[in-house]
Design a protein around this ligand. Sequence first.
Ligand code: SME
Length: 165
Amino acid sequence: MEPKADDHRPRWEGLLEQIRRTVGRDGFRDEILLSICRLLRNEIDHYDWAGFYLVDADRKMLRLGPYDGAPTRHLEIPFGQGVCGLAAEKRRALMVPDVSRVANYLSCSPRVQSEFVVPVFVGERMAAELDIDSHTLDAFGAQDKEFLESVAEIVVGLFSEDGPR
Ligand code: SME
């Protein structure tokens, strides 16, 4: 079944509500982010890896934060490298239907076929990226974009100066 052909929105609205509740809980930021990664990966069939990269603007570097899925050796990614680094440089979401077509792709696993990266902005400051990998080719569509951008908006408060540590 093609993931994009279904209307996921009613169920995903419930997941957004769960994510809002998770963000509203007391706790350390990284524990909350990890819960969100687990929820995304467990609940959405075509999300096979879900994680956050944290932006180190001074070094123009992304640093791996909480994630759920296969371990990755890409603990740090310079701006401009791979899909995540490119999204950081361009300061915008990137949807890659076929990762084999990306010249400087940073592979976490040979099973990954498509990827979607969404930045998390605190005002003008890009604080993090939400990165989703899929083992399905061309897995992501407009509904994923709408959904993942909503997730990024919900977690913004965790990255503000007075958010949880
Ligand atoms: N594939 C990413 C690297 C991060 S992993 O997917 C976890 C990239 O090309 O930036």
